[in-house]
Design a binder for this molecule. Structure first.
Ligand code: IPD
Length: 334
């Protein structure tokens, strides 16, 4: 299939929305069963480690992924499917998404949150064509938040509230950004305590963003607040809402971000790489690479008397790059 018509895309969107609702309900029911001490066996409640003690999978992740995959394969047998749990079982870490119509799914993003019943967990479903995430559906059933978008149709919270939330007007990025911004980031799963490893580079970057202006040899960003939801795709949805201004992260995978990227871009956000390029002050802002594992997101922004919204987003990107360290996450084929 080379091109997808408007009509076909709208039909795929309607299907993805229904699928997201059903899968989110499965997550909610599974959590409710755990709370009720219902008929879920101990084995079903147990989680197993993947890469290390914080990289976990539960039976719920696997059940929900199987459900989603079956529904997609029945309805669209020609489409490709990349899901976190099926992918993690294979030995290759190659980037598998190409030009073909592809579903990229995280059945349960925020697995640690789900295990601890911290409510920021969700199902995340993206439809990608020609390497572009065109449709995003994210449902966080414990907090009743359903995010959806389709290219050319807008991005929404609970199907009626258009994103970003504040729209008349959409505010430009603050003049002294990152000062005045809410900065979201994730500690991630690379916990190796090695000098200059990813964990220490992230911490240095977080402190730079938080420190008072003039501190940290001019790198202090004095952001309003630092937040970590524990779900990359929900972080992105919150940037699309405008509740977070900036999200910076390395280490997660395409299923953690694909639906969030679709929603953020449709809402008017900007998405690029976490790692500052060598000519960070002047280079054109590169488009995000879905499989790069390196992400920087800026919320939708409107014009001021001196800048377009895009200019204020790009200014913010460069100010973030000036304060963060390069992260070391590699990826064959991305
Ligand atoms: C994780 C979450 C987390 C991010 C990790 C992801 P999972 O996904 O999105 O916020 O920091 O890199 O792997 O394991 O909960 O699906």
């Amino acid at each position: 299939m080379s091109d997808i018509s408007r009509e076909e895309l709208d039909e795929i969107y309607a299907f993805a929305v229904e699928l997201g609702k059903q899968a989110g309900q499965m997550l909610k029911d599974a959590a409710q069963l755990r709370m009720d001490g219902g008929n879920r066996t101990k084995e079903q409640d147990e989680h197993v480690q993947k890469m290390n003690a914080v990289d976990l999978v539960t039976e719920t992740d696997e059940d929900v992924e199987a459900f989603i995959k079956n529904r997609i394969t029945e309805k669209y047998p020609a489409h490709k499917f990349v899901g976190e749990e099926s992918y993690s079982k294979g030995s290759s870490r190659d980037y598998l998404i190409d030009e073909s119509p592809t579903w990229c799914v995280d059945p349960l993003d925020g697995t640690v949150n789900y295990i601890h019943l911290f409510p920021m967990f969700c199902v995340s479903i993206a439809f990608i064509h020609k390497n572009k995430p065109l449709i995003g559906v994210i449902y966080a059933p414990f907090i009743n938040q359903f995010f959806s978008s389709c290219a050319g149709r807008g991005a929404f919270l609970n199907e009626t509230q258009k994103l970003p939330l504040i729209r008349n007007p959409v505010a430009p990025m603050p003049e002294k950004a990152p000062a005045g911004c809410v900065f979201s980031c994730e500690w991630g799963k690379d916990r190796r305590d090695i000098p200059d490893g990813n964990m220490h580079r992230k911490i240095e970057s977080f402190v730079n963003m938080a420190a008072e202006l003039g501190g940290r040899s001019g790198r202090g960003g004095m952001v309003h607040g630092v937040r970590s939801l524990g779900s990359a795709t929900l972080d992105l949805a919150y940037v699309a809402m405008g509740s977070f201004d900036i999200w910076w992260e390395g280490g997660c995978w395409e299923w953690d971000v694909a639906a969030g990227i679709a929603i953020l871009l449709e809402a008017g956000g900007l998405m690029t790489t976490a790692n500052p390029p060598p000519d960070e002050a002047t280079c054109p802002i590169p488009d995000v690479k879905l499989g790069s594992r390196l992400y920087l997101a800026i919320r939708p922004a409107g014009p001021s008397s001196t800048e377009t919204g895009r200019q204020s987003q790009e200014r913010t990107v460069r100010e973030v790059w000036r304060r963060v360290r390069n992260l070391d996450y590699s990826r064959p084929g991305a």
